[in-house]
Design a protein. Structure first.
Length: 141
């Protein structure tokens, strides 16, 4: 059974995520501040952190960078991070912070579950829902 830590200062968002993910194969824990994430991860047995980009006092980017810093000198075990983004423009920040995955709000249960499964398998996940369409010029002969 995998342990997933939900980090958001919005109880409604934590409830929404819990509803999307709850099942026999996942144990869900919640924290309301970014500062609580490191303490919980350092106690061990957290497989995935899902963090809101806009969590108060310590945003998702700061939380992820803090975890990566702690991992870099062995203070905590590596843990995958899934960031919940508010805007497509936040993709740069999610990538820069070292998050293994991101999902752009509004949250879709299928995309969230797909992202969680991918990260728990050790893969990465990038939400492409709002990616602009690629336009290719026709080549005439």
């Amino acid at each position: 059974m995998a342990t997933v830590l939900l980090a958001s200062d919005l109880s409604s968002l934590r409830h929404e995520l819990r509803t999307m993910l709850e099942g026999p194969d996942l144990f869900i824990e919640e924290v309301a501040t970014g500062h609580e994430v490191r303490d919980r991860v350092q106690r061990g047995e957290v497989d995935l952190v899902i963090v809101d980009m806009q969590i108060g006092s310590m945003g998702g980017m700061a939380v992820c960078m803090d975890l990566r810093h702690e991992e870099s000198y062995g203070a905590s075990e590596p843990v995958a991070v899934l960031m919940l983004l508010d805007r497509r423009a936040d993709v740069f920040l999610a990538r820069r912070s070292g998050a293994e995955g991101f999902v752009v709000k509004p949250l879709d249960p299928q995309r969230v579950r797909t992202a969680v499964r991918a990260l728990l398998r050790g893969e990465e996940y990038e939400d492409e829902t709002y990616r602009p369409a690629t336009v290719r010029a026709a080549i005439s002969e």
